[in-house]
Design a protein around this ligand. Sequence first.
Ligand code: FVH
Length: 292
Amino acid sequence: AQHTVEKTSVTLLGLGAMGTALARTWLAAGHPLTVWNRTPSRAAALAAEGAKAADSAAAAVTANTLVLVCLLDDASVDEALDGADLAGKDLVNLTTSTPAQARARAEWARERGARYLDGGIMAVPPMIGVPEAGGYVFYSGSRELFEQHQETLGTPAGTTYVGQDAGFAALYDVALLSAMYGMFAGAAHAYALIRKEDIDPTSLAPLLADWLAAMAPSVHQTAGQLRSGDYTKGVTSPLAMQVAGTQTLLSTADQQGVSPELLSPYFALMRRRLAKGTGEEDLTGVIDLLVH
Ligand code: FVH
């Protein structure tokens, strides 16, 4: 006789772009799914695909032990869960929040008798359910909850548990997103430099992508220097040389009619660090200027 393993039943609150993508992966994997969305019409397509659409968030919470929330922001989580009975529930909050909001939400859930796991999604909706796209979710908070539900949580995307401190998933999430915006800013400046020239941006794109990929491993050297406290270890491009070079970048921006406003704040920090007599160091000392 064939033995079928029962899939964990899941409740999901929030059917925006991300919630809908998540929902489809659980349905496809055979998890019984109860959904709720503030605007009920967004649940119709999923109901046609096999989800149960609950009339209220409270009813959706009642339906299953494992309750996932993927709403716009922390205030919408408050609003949606107001009045829901969370006693005995396993609450997993995938809503983007700050570390402080995540820690407060963990305490809030504990007071209501629920185990709590916070999640930071490192993916956009088309990456959900597509393992080769490399998307994953940071989780932090209850280790027991994570371990018990790891298989279910891993259905939409990979899982990376980063500790019992409920704020850590949000912190890792925001750290990676912040680095991403630095990269976007640098790429924006690069495209601006060629904007008025007879250069096809699509010919610059692969060069940019390859250069950024070649530079990305430098984060490992930075981490090693931060850990050891020796910011001269392994230096190939000392701060003094780099500060001198920034003038070429600023002059080129000026000649191309491009505002230096994306680069200037970073260059100013490099100069401030150099003024402390650290010309033989890497760029790592800039980090210490940022931390109050
Ligand atoms: N989409 C993305 O690229 C990013 C990728 C990384 C992670 N984020 C975060 O995921 C959360 C949800 O994002 P989303 O893409 O699903 O967002 P929307 O499509 O805008 O849907 C928002 C849902 O939130 C509901 N909602 C808003 N306010 C309230 C409220 N006061 N009470 C109850 N529900 C509320 C909204 O409902 P409705 O407008 O359809 O009625 C949607 O279900 C988010 O934290 C991202 O930062 C996504």
